[in-house]
Design a protein around this ligand. Structure first.
Ligand code: NAD
Ligand code: KPL
Length: 308
């Protein structure tokens, strides 16, 4: 049974290349026929691992292809998933399974509401990849930059799917997680405590060690939020973990910093925006978090980037 990967970007290509090289059938779904033509001219995708580039002629198609989809990896940005899933919805086979590989929260619920007939499996990944814009075939050339792990789970059904064997065979480090929502909330809290401040202070992650008090107050508010949202495990030792991540990634720019620096849309609505909306929903006053959101919105507006 074939995998379909919708979103031939960094993570989508990283998954497609590893599935293909393990002999697992996989197809990439490109945005439109112009993108499909460009992809076919490149003859497939290239994955660069430890400086070694290898080519994988993974077949491509558009959403208009008539073949039914049984197993879909949705690997686009959180703000694109609703339109992406709408485009392939008529193709979903009965009992189709979707893997939602988005950062933050909110987009997963929106997808599940659009395709109630499908099983939605949520994923949280610490793997890192980026497209090599400098190369001539940069669109389809992905650099595997950070080895990590992917947790997968289904809040509605804790039975692991049989296709986890495909991931095993493909060398995609993963674990079935009965507490996937807790993992996604924890990652969201880490990203809210670090990423916006790195944008506003125009610094690397390590630069936040000069703003310890602000980070500590943010973590305290995020902890309150996690408790109110029924995620106490995600709140445990949050500040210590944030400090650990700041130190371990001190030389890096956060993903949000990179997005803003490169004039790309951020996933603010699914990170800080989602956190503030959840606080409001629970009638919780979190003044620092709200002020941070407001400052970030103003900053993105000033940069001419979407702020919601
Ligand atoms: P990306 O921007 O590199 O790739 C997304 C791709 O989806 C793009 O090629 C885009 O053209 C395509 N797309 C969007 N809408 C589409 C549609 N309707 N039809 C077909 N294609 C469509 O994004 P990414 O970096 O791979 O990130 C995907 C998700 O994974 C994000 O939520 C991100 O936060 C998360 N994530 C990324 C990394 C990473 O290292 N890149 C790590 C962890 C988590
Ligand atoms: O995930 C991250 C990101 O940059 O998006 C870290 C490194 C944890 C910072 O929040």
């Amino acid at each position: 049974m074939s995998w379909h990967v919708l979103g031939a970007g960094s993570l989508g290509c990283l998954w497609a290349a590893r599935l293909a090289r393990a002999g697992v059938p996989v197809q990439l779904i490109l945005r439109d026929s112009a993108r499909l033509d460009a992809y076919q001219r490149a003859g497939g995708l290239t994955l660069v691992e430890q400086g070694q580039a290898r080519h994988y002629p993974v077949p491509g198609q558009t959403a208009a292809d008539p073949a039914p989809i049984q197993r879909l990896l949705l690997a686009c940005k959180a703000y694109d998933v609703e339109s992406a899933i709408a485009a392939v919805k008529p193709r979903l086979a009965p009992g189709a399974e979707l893997v939602l590989l988005q950062n933050g929260l909110g987009s997963q619920e929106a997808v599940a509401a659009r395709v109630p007939q499908a099983r939605c499996i949520l994923a949280s990944s610490t793997e890192g990849a980026f497209r090599d814009g400098a190369a001539p075939d940069g669109e389809w050339r992905v650099v595997f930059a950070g080895h990590g792990h992917t947790w997968l789970g289904d809040p509605l059904d804790d039975h692991p799917p049989a296709w986890l064997a495909d991931l095993e065979r493909s060398g995609i480090p993963h674990q079935w997680s009965p507490d996937i929502l807790s993992r996604l909330w924890r990652k969201l809290a880490l990203n809210c405590a670090i990423n916006p401040l790195t944008v506003l202070y125009a610094c690397r992650n390590g630069g936040l060690s000069e703003h310890r008090a602000e980070v500590a107050t943010l973590c305290a508010e995020l902890g309150q939020l996690l408790h109110s949202c029924g995620q106490p495990a995600a709140a445990q030792d949050l500040y210590a973990d944030v400090q650990r991540v700041i130190q371990a990634t001190a030389a890096n720019y956060s993903s949000m910093h990179q997005d803003v620096a490169q004039g790309r849309r951020t996933e603010i609505a699914y990170l800080l925006g989602h956190a503030c909306a959840a606080a409001q929903h629970h009638g919780l006053a979190l003044p620092l978090l709200a002020a941070l959101h407001e400052r970030l919105v103003q900053h993105l507006d000033a940069c001419g980037l979407p702020s919601h």
